[in-house]
Design a binder for this molecule. Structure first.
Ligand SMILES: Cc1cc2nc3c(=O)[nH]c(=O)nc-3n(C[C@H](O)[C@H](O)[C@H](O)COP(=O)(O)OP(=O)(O)OC[C@H]3O[C@@H](n4cnc5c(N)ncnc54)[C@H](O)[C@@H]3O)c2cc1C
Length: 493
């Protein structure tokens, strides 16, 4: 949409409205907002007021009540300050905000659950389209579908679905957003049974860069549905997701079991043999981490969603891997396991993450990651390997935008520091350095843990043979690359 068309429409909508006196006083002045080219540009205050008047939700600027809470993301390493935040309460607000961003060619960030590890859902000086107020989740237990608004969090989806003994794959931390997670893929405790969250995306409603509302489903815009299943936030602002649900028994067995780092190489080799033939119902994440009390540990985060009576037998080899320093494996509800991994809310630590996909726990890989942990200063480094495989790997790589189907795990390296401490730079550098050592053992990457440091070639590697099709769809739906704060797919030439 061109700037003139947007302004004409908005002015018509404004007819008869009276501006508050202080806003009238500012009507002649300009607001500085960063454009798509990264440079600040002046936008007439009157235009900004038209944007405000056309929203049902609030439009916030620095200094407004609620501005700081709205811009805050999970990772405090990214303290970004948008010039404007459009707090959308429905699809009409999203349409209005996207049209405004497009008409003025603004740097635009889109926030779902705010868990972007690299802070991509906020921006400095641009427009933030904040979907957090849109949190409705409606489950149709007969059709086994969940209609999920784009600001909803995983815990809300899990809770509504489990009330009917239903569920679908979501991530392992309950306050992550459904939106970003689904659009990038979505790996979690029942993913080996039911595929990625994106595989369960039946349809989506979105506003594309031209300000048009569209539905993507098998019948309408099927290409767009294909792209949304793993292509990230590149194609528009999704307002609503329609997800397939499955029968999921609320009673499961799981939790964490930890072993000392000493002997980790041998332990992980035995684990690799064990997990290679695990049933789809068994999901085990590996975490190599430092614990202030217990020292360096190999921790397995386990969820067994098969019959609870079978769990002790299925998990016996895991328990026999060594002498556990902590064994919290026990019967637990799915909701309890989903809420168990982290303290909810904003992270207390700043975090820097790099990651890639791995295809089997080979001796080289085990050696590489154990070496990193052994040489990392204090408890600085956390290495996780999140389990994929099962149903995720039974979908063809070209069937959806998500390419990394054959991977056994997505691996991440994270460095953390107390907010405000001088360790930020040192720890970030250490992770960058550590990453250079294990990157050759990875192939491709998972865009939901991509980093802003990632070169364009890394995004291409994440999408493999799907990249060219995605770039052509990007050209069709977002030729000016309005939605660029993501693992960015450049519009085809
Ligand atoms: C603590 C933690 C645990 C995690 N665990 C898992 C896990 O178990 N499994 C897993 O697969 N991933 C996991 N992740 C990664 C997670 O999938 C991504 O961070 C994901 O992007 C978060 O989605 P969000 O909506 O919260 O993020 P946001 O920060 O809101 O957005 C992330 C990206 O998606 C875009 N986006 C958000 N909403 C929309 C929308 N409605 N339309 C278009 N684009 C949009 C944003 O612009 C941004 O580029 C985890 C992340 C964290 C921080």
């Amino acid at each position: 949409m061109k700037r003139r068309e947007f302004c004409a429409g908005a002015t018509a909508a404004l007819a008869g409205l009276t501006l508050a006196p202080w806003r009238r006083a500012h009507a002649a002045s300009e607001v500085a907002i960063v454009g798509l080219d990264g440079r600040p540009q002046g936008i007439k205050s009157g235009d900004v007021e038209e944007l405000r008047a056309g929203l049902r939700g609030e439009l916030l600027a620095p200094g407004d009540t609620g501005y700081d809470a709205a811009r805050r993301l999970w990772n405090p390493a990214y303290d970004r300050k948008p010039a404007l935040i459009a707090r959308c309460v429905g699809a009409a607000d999203v349409t209005h905000a996207v049209s405004f961003a497009s008409a003025h060619a603004l740097l635009t960030a889109v926030r779902g659950g705010g868990h972007s590890l690299s802070g991509l859902s906020a921006c400095d000086g641009g427009l933030m389209i904040d979907l957090a107020p849109m949190r409705a989740v409606e489950v149709d237990p007969l059709a086994r579908r969940a209609r999920v608004q784009s600001g909803a969090l995983l815990g809300q989806l899990d809770r509504e679905s489990q009330a009917f003994g239903l569920g679908t794959t979501s991530g392992t931390v309950a306050d992550t957003g459904v939106a970003g997670l689904t659009l990038g893929g979505g790996v979690g405790r029942i993913g080996r049974r039911f595929g990625l969250t994106a595989d369960n995306l039946v349809s989506a409603e979105l506003v594309t860069a031209d300000g048009k509302w569209q539905r993507a489903s098998a019948q309408e815009n099927p290409d767009l549905l294909w792209a949304l299943r793993g292509g990230g936030g590149n194609f528009g602002v999704v307002t609503c997701f329609d997800l397939q649900l499955h029968e999921v028994n609320p009673q499961m067995y799981g939790g964490q079991i930890s072993f000392p780092m000493t002997g980790a190489r041998e332990l992980l080799r035995h684990f690799a043999d064990y997990i290679a033939s695990a049933p789809d119902e068994l999901y085990v994440d590996i975490d190599l981490e430092g614990d202030d009390k217990l020292g360096r540990l190999v921790t397995f985060d386990v969820c067994y969603s098969g019959p609870v009576d079978d769990a002790t037998r299925v998990l016996a080899p895991l328990r026999k891997l060594g002498k556990a320093v902590r064994d919290e494996l026990a019967p637990a509800t799915y909701l309890k396991l989903q809420g168990s991994s982290y303290t909810p809310g904003v992270s207390k630590f700043g975090v820097y993450v790099r990651g890639g996909l791995i295809f089997g726990l080979t001796p080289n890989l085990i050696d590489g990651v154990c070496g990193l942990i052994e040489t990392a200063p204090s408890n600085l480094l956390d290495v996780w390997m999140q389990a994929q495989g099962g149903a995720i790997s039974r979908v063809a790589p070209t069937a959806t935008a998500y390419w990394g189907r054959g991977a056994s795990h997505n691996m991440g390296l994270a460095g953390a520091w107390q907010v405000g401490s001088p360790d930020a730079e040192r720890n970030t550098e250490w992770v960058r350095h550590a990453w250079t050592q294990v990157e050759p053992l990875t192939r491709g990457n998972y865009v939901n843990i991509a980093n802003t440091d990632d070169r364009e070639s890394r995004v291409a590697a994440a999408y493999g043979d799907n990249y060219s099709r995605l770039a052509h769809l990007k050209k069709r739906y977002d030729p000016a690359n309005l939605f660029r704060l993501n693992a960015n797919i450049k519009p085809a030439a």
